[in-house]
Design a protein around this ligand. Sequence first.
Ligand SMILES: Cc1ncc(C[n+]2csc(CCOP(=O)(O)OP(=O)(O)O)c2C)c(N)n1
Ligand SMILES: [Mg+2]
Length: 120
Amino acid sequence: MLQEGDILIAESGMAQFGFSDAVLPNSVRYITQLYFGSIGYSVPACFGAALAQKESGKPGRTVLVVGDGSLQLTAQEIGTMIKHGLRNVIIIVIDNDGYTIERAIHGPEHAYNDIAAWNH
Ligand SMILES: Cc1ncc(C[n+]2csc(CCOP(=O)(O)OP(=O)(O)O)c2C)c(N)n1
Ligand SMILES: [Mg+2]
């Protein structure tokens, strides 16, 4: 689905690992953090990227892929994107019922990996 001129942002967690060896179309820019950086970073990063993209006047979308757990830390920045009238944003939420990457690394049963279920 990605097109030339798009910006792709992947949050820490399954999104980031999933994109680590992806082949992207020409001129798609990719933003992520160091592995296991602070979750929640990607939503305000999406806001900043989409605002800069809009002000550049060039075509393209800002596409965010974010886990359901990370999204809950900084979801208010979706409101900021709406406030600024950004319509060039696509947000894909990996809704997998919590901190899946942590379950894979530290064990599947720990309750601290469970999050509140949101109706995305
Ligand atoms: C501020 C902060 N708290 C905790 C962590 C540890 N951590 C890294 S990935 C992750 C889980 C991310 O869950 P989610 O966004 O739902 O992605 P999933 O792996 O489920 O796709 C956590 C808790 C972190 N990196 N930063
Ligand atoms: Mg998750």
